[in-house]
Ligand binder design. Structure first.
Ligand SMILES: Nc1ncnc2c1ncn2[C@@H]1O[C@H](COP(=O)(O)OP(=O)(O)OP(=O)(O)O)[C@@H](O)[C@H]1O
Length: 257
């Protein structure tokens, strides 16, 4: 497939005054960072892109098909979605929870095939959760539970992965580890979209950033194109200095207030 062909497309999407006339298109092979202040509409946009909420006007397309016309089981083979909060009070073990990511592949008897069991094993391993496989989700720490959510999405095996603040509860090691893994997956041909508040990590690992402000796209492009001092002042109301770290070579965002 032509990598520049938008796999997932939002066309003039509006939602109850929360999103206004949002048009975006993303191709496989990219890690996209969705940034913006609290209440800007990031979660709403991801829910709409995942087909969990429907736009009040406009449309979402997965390649040439309207997303809302694709049955849930087929959609699950195409895209995975991690909500902002992984449920706490559930009785399932970590393994059972990650297995739910494979629901589209369950046999008519509800069992998992070999490929699914292997996908679950690998995802638990990748997220360093193998030793918790028989522990109930409610017994995990916030960060461990978030990693279980990411494991469930990765186990799903779909080429589009939408993650709402996947690193918000993670320690520094896992923040970097997860972003590196997502970047690698994206560059192997996945389309990955993450809502993220850490602007420096977003700049470092994402190929493209979308800056949302009051439900509209304020800027969309490469990290240096989007992260400008004026844009951050306009959107976050914080004066910042943006510069390239002379030692690391990465963008730094320094608060001036
Ligand atoms: N179903 C809904 N109907 C109407 N308004 C909603 C709905 N869901 C969310 N909102 C409102 O939309 C706004 C944007 O919410 P959203 O969760 O998308 O923001 P966000 O950018 O993800 O914020 P945060 O960084 O705090 O997670 C909020 O003011 C919220 O109250």
């Amino acid at each position: 497939m032509d990598k520049s062909f938008p796999e997932l497309r939002l066309e003039q999407v509006s939602f109850r005054g929360v999103l206004r006339d949002v048009s975006l298109g993303w191709a496989p092979g990219h890690l996209i960072g969705l940034i913006g202040p609290n209440g800007a509409g990031k979660s709403t946009l991801l829910r709409i892109a995942a087909g969990i909420a429907h736009p009040t006007s406009g449309a979402v397309y997965l390649r040439d098909k309207l997303l809302r016309d694709i049955p849930p089981r087929h959609r699950a083979k195409e895209m995975a979605y991690l909500p902002q909060h992984v449920p706490e009070n559930v009785m399932f073990t970590v393994e059972q929870y990650v297995e739910m990511g494979r629901f589209a592949y369950r046999t008519a008897w509800g069992s998992l095939d070999r490929e699914s069991r292997e996908a679950v094993r690998q995802a638990l391993n990748t997220l360093n959760l193998s030793r918790y496989r028989d522990v109930r989700l409610e017994r995990l720490s916030g960060g461990e539970r978030q990693r279980a959510g990411i494991a469930r999405c990765i186990a799903q095996g779909s080429r589009i992965i939408l993650l709402d603040e996947p690193i918000s509860n993670l320690d520094l090691y896992y923040q970097v580890d997860i972003l590196k893994r997502l970047q690698l997956l994206a560059h192997q041909g996945y389309l990955i979209v993450v809502a993220i508040h850490n602007l420096e990590l977003a700049a470092r690992y994402c190929d493209t950033l979308v800056l949302l402000h009051n439900g509209q796209v304020y800027a969309h492009g490469s990290p240096p194109e989007v992260l400008t001092e004026q844009a951050l002042l306009d959107v976050f109301r914080v004066p910042v200095k943006i510069y390239t770290d002379p030692h690391a070579g990465y963008l730094r965002v320094s608060h001036l207030s």
